[in-house]
Design a protein around this ligand. Structure first.
Ligand code: NAD
Length: 246
């Protein structure tokens, strides 16, 4: 199915993990995609592999100047922007007592403020394109709390609340805002402490799917929300978690 023919998307954190899964699925469905990430080598390699329907731009999601440059580059290269996926994110697994103030700030700045700055920056461009969609990556941890992840949970509950509010504001202006709430997806983020896929899967045996998810599972959900099949989805919170929060 090529539901994203003629659509142009920016995917933050698109160089690896879930973002890469989204980029690959969007390209399969006919979109042109800008991979926007801090990881230049990985992002450029992915763009080279996928060909000239993709491009790489360096982006720090916390910098408005970076956003303005990436949006201008996308319009120059592909003519417009229909879709933004605010996927970039970081996680620090630590008890509250052990967290530094700098770590707490960093998680909120990248995960929450980065999503807010990017959403604000992209609106005029999507309006120039005649409407479109913004997909914000929250988490199963943005729906119910996880132990040892307090700033991360705060950031992901925050992404959810921010998205609901701007969905109300932007819906009447032709911009659909929705969130995805992945469960455990095996990526470099999940693999920070050298956890193998097998070990990671073990942690999810007690949930209905009995395994962790893959970036492709989130790519499929994002492709649906970005497509016209989701034209009546506004403020939708799409859980893709193998039943973790059921
Ligand atoms: P990952 O670490 O594999 O990839 C994250 C990407 O974001 C990296 O390419 C990284 O360079 C980029 N990034 C980080 N900070 C950035 C910044 N300031 N500016 C631009 N890019 C930046 O992580 P992932 O598992 O693919 O996670 C992607 C998103 O999905 C995150 O928002 C994460 O919170 C969310 N999520 C992941 C899981 C999971 O189990 N993996 C579950 C729920 C939600």
């Amino acid at each position: 199915m090529r539901r994203l023919e003629n659509k142009v998307a920016i995917v933050t954190g698109g160089a690896r993990g879930i973002g890469e899964g989204i980029v690959r699925r969007f390209v399969e469905e006919g979109a042109r995609v800008v991979i926007a990430d801090l990881l230049e080598a990985e992002g450029r390699a992915l763009a080279a592999e996928l060909g000239d329907v993709t491009a790489f731009e360096t982006l720090n999601v916390t910098s408005r100047a970076d956003w303005d440059r990436v949006i201008a580059a996308t319009e120059a290269r592909f003519g417009k922007v229909d879709c933004l996926v605010n996927n970039a994110g970081i996680l620090i697994f630590k008890a509250l007592d052990d967290l530094t103030e700098e770590e707490m700030r960093r998680i909120i700045e990248v995960n929450l403020l980065g999503t807010m700055i990017g959403t604000q920056a992209i609106v005029p461009a999507i309006e120039r394109a005649g409407g479109g969609t913004i997909i914000n990556m929250s988490s199963a941890d943005g729906i119910s709390a996880a132990n040892g992840l307090s700033p991360y949970c705060a950031s992901k509950f925050g992404v959810r609340g921010f998205s609901q509010s701007v969905a109300l504001e932007l819906g009447p202006r032709g911009i659909r805002v929705n969130t995805i709430h992945p469960g455990g997806i095996y990526t470099p983020l999940a693999n920070q402490a050298g956890v193998t896929r097998e070990m990671f899967d073990m942690g999810f045996k007690i949930y209905p799917a009995q395994r962790a998810g893959d970036p492709a599972d989130i790519g499929a959900a994002a492709a649906f929300l970005a497509s016209d099949d989701a034209r009546y989805c506004i403020g939708t919170e799409l859980s893709v978690d193998g039943g973790l929060n059921a």
